[in-house]
Design a protein around this ligand. Structure first.
Ligand code: ADP
Length: 225
């Protein structure tokens, strides 16, 4: 099987700080990969470069026949909107919108009408078991409820690649289990590639594979052979 997304030899510096020093990682469709490693080792930067949020200084990120490192900003944002789903540690919901509107937002940005988008968003809030927060703003709900809302928002577009940075950080272990099951469903049923940054062993244990980042270098043996 050829990888769905493949980073080869990524380098990235922020001023004098070398965040990535030759990181390589390939993820297959339907595969869940846990990215682990000490704080500051470059895990988030690796994910941000693979997602086209941050442009690497060197190396390549192959996705759907393109190199995201060299793609235009417009192309990168189109891919993020249409092909990728994101879950960040603290949710990053839009504070002015209700939880329902937040979940519907990616569909609205992809041109889907309000009524249909909100119906699908309602289904997703039920799936993550927080239908009761639909009409509330993120500031009015608990951290765990906001995180579940963010997960519904990430998965509603059936993304090809899911990027999750400490996705269970704000959740108790029961909710964490639910989230991991949702990611597994996304991978197994939609063939999504799921990249999870985590320091929690139980999350890493859920993944098909673990990749360790040390000093800005992830060595994914499959890329090297
Ligand atoms: P991790 O996710 O493993 O904790 P990061 O990828 O966040 O590591 O960070 C790797 C290194 O790059 C750290 O030294 C961090 O301080 C630095 N870094 C990350 N993002 C930025 C940024 N936007 N500006 C400056 N330095 C950054």
């Amino acid at each position: 099987m050829s990888p769905l997304i493949e980073a080869v030899d990524l380098t990235k510096s922020f001023g004098p700080t070398r965040a990535l020093a030759g990181a390589s990682l390939a993820v297959d469709p339907g595969e869940i990969v846990a990215i682990i490693g000490p704080s500051g080792s470059g895990k988030s930067t690796l994910m941000h470069c693979m997602a086209g949020i941050v442009r690497a200084d060197g190396g390549t990120v192959q996705y759907a026949g393109r190199d995201l490192v060299r793609a235009s900003d417009a192309e990168r944002s189109r891919l993020r909107r249409e092909h990728f789903g994101f879950v960040f540690q603290f949710g990053h919901l839009v504070p002015e919108l209700t939880c329902l509107e937040n979940v519907a937002l990616p569909l609205r940005l992809n041109g889907i009408g309000r009524r249909r988008a909100e119906r699908l968003a309602t289904d997703w809030l039920e799936r993550v078991q927080v239908q009761q927060v639909a009409g509330l703003r993120p500031g009015e709900v608990s951290g765990g409820q906001a995180q579940r809302t963010a997960i519904a928002r990430a998965l509603i577009t059936t993304p090809k690649v899911v990027f999750a940075d400490e996705p269970t950080g704000a959740l108790d272990s029961l909710s964490g289990e639910l989230v991991l099951q949702l990611f597994t469903t996304a991978a197994r049923e939609s063939g999504a590639a799921v990249l999870l940054v985590t320091h929690e062993p139980r999350v890493a244990a859920y993944a098909d594979r673990e990749v360790t980042v040390r000093d800005g270098a992830a060595r994914d043996l499959r890329v090297l052979v």
